[in-house]
Design a protein around this ligand. Sequence first.
Ligand code: GDP
Ligand code: IMO
Ligand code: MG
Length: 432
Amino acid sequence: MANVIVVGTQWGDEGKGKVVDIYAKNADVIARFQGGNNAGHTLVVKGEQTILHLIPSGILHAGKICVIGNGVVVDPPVLIGELNRLRDRGLLPASTRLYVSEKAHIIMPYHRRLDIARELHGVGKKIGTTGRGIGPAYEDKIARVGIRLCDLLDEEIFQEKLNRNVEEKNFYLTKLFGEEPLDGRAIFEEYRAYADELRPYAADVSLIIQREIDRGRKVLFEGAQGTHLDVDHGTFPYVTSSNTVAGNACCGAGVGPLAARSVIGICKAYTTRVGEGPFPTELQDETGARLQQVGQEFGATTGRKRRCGWLDMVLIRHAVRVSGITGIALTKLDVLTGIEKLRICTGYQTEREEFTESVPANLRLLAQCRPVYEELDGWTEDIRGARRIEDLPRNTRRYVERIEEMASARLVLISVGPDREETITLNNPFAD
Ligand code: GDP
Ligand code: IMO
Ligand code: MG
C-alpha cells in the first residue's frame, strides 16, 4: 500500500499545492480531508497559475479521481465557481472524476456572517480569520445542527434544518451583534439551485477510496493549512477549526489508520503566518520585508500580506512528531538567495528552560520565549535552474543538510521556484 499523506509543517502556505500537483502524477486518487475554502493552494505549470480552494490539487492531471472528503466544509457557490473556471479553461476533461462526500458539511451564509461579525465585534480576541465561515461551520457540525451535503440534496430535510438554523443564527446576529437578520426563504431558493448543480458529484467517498485501494490504486491525501494551525496541536486559539495533522487524513476521508505508508511534511525554507497569533522568529525589519517581497508572500485566499521570519526548527520537530512525518519537502529555497547570513531557530529560551522539541501550549509562556539561532553563510548564486542536489552551491547544501539533521526526517524534495519543473526530486514517496 503506497498511499501518501501531505501536510503543512508550519502555519500554512508552505507550498502544499505545488508538491501535491507533482506527486499526483503518480497517484490515482487525490483526496482533500479537512478545511474548506480558507485554503488557497497554488499550482504553476509552464508559467500558468491555478489557485485552488476546495478542489484537490491533482485536478490538473487528466484522468485522476479527485475527492473532497467528509472532513471538509464545502461552500457550494465557491465549489461551483471553481469547477466552472476550470471547465472554461479546458482543464476538466471527461476522464477526470470529482466526488464530494455526502457527509461533508455545508458552509451557509450565516456561517460567513457570524465569522465576520465575531471578528468585528470582538467576542473573544480577534483571530484574523479568512472570513469564510469556516469556524462557525465546524461549530455546527460538532453541535450536531450542521447541514451536510446529503441534507442539502433532500429538500424536506434541508428546509427543516435551515429554518431551525436561521432562527437561531438570526437571534445571534440581531441580538448579540446588532446586525440585520438573514432571509431564510431567499437562502432556501438560492441553495436549492446549488443542490441541483452539486447532485452529480455527491458520493460515499469512503467507499470509493476503499474500492480503489482494494484494486491496488494509490491514494494521495492532501492536507490544508498547517500543523500549527491545528485546533488541538497548534497555537490555540490562533488556529483554524479543524485538525490539520496527518491523523485526520483517515478520519476526514473515511479510511483506517493504516491506510498510508508515508507522510510528507511540507516545510518552507523560512516561516510565514497570515492573521494574528504568536510567531517567535518573526522579523519586523528589512530582512522580513525582503522575504515578503521576494517570496511574494500574499495570502492566496484573502490577498493579505503574510508575516515573515526565519526558519523555526521547533515548529518543524513538533510537526514531525504529531504527524509522524517520514519525509520533508523543502520549498521556496530560492527566496533565500542573496541573504548574506541565514539564521535557523534551534530552540526557544525562557529564563528557566529551553524548548527544542515542542511549542509551549501556554501563550504567556510562549510570549516569554526568545529564539535561539544558529547562523549559516548564505549564497548568491541563482538556484532556480537546479534540478539535482549536486547543482546547488555548497552553502545551500549546508543549509538543507542542517534542516534534515535537525528535523530527523529525510529530505524528499527541494523546490527552487513556483513552477512544477523548478524542483529537485530526491525520493518519490510513491516509488519507494
Ligand atoms: P499552499 O497553501 O501550501 O498550497 O501554498 P500557497 O499556494 O498558498 O503559497 C505558496 C506560494 O509559493 C505560491 O504562490 C506558490 O506558487 C509559491 N511557491 C511554491 N514553491 C515555491 C518555490 O520553491 N519558490 C518560489 N519562489 N515560490 C514557490
Ligand atoms: P492553506 O491550505 C494560511 C489562518 C487564517 C487565520 C486562522 C483561522 O492555503 O495553507 P479560519 O478562516 O481558518 O478560521 O482562520 O487560520 N488560515 C490559513 N493561513 N494558509 C491557510 O491555508 C489558512 N487557512 C486558514 O489566516 O489566521
Ligand atoms: Mg495557501
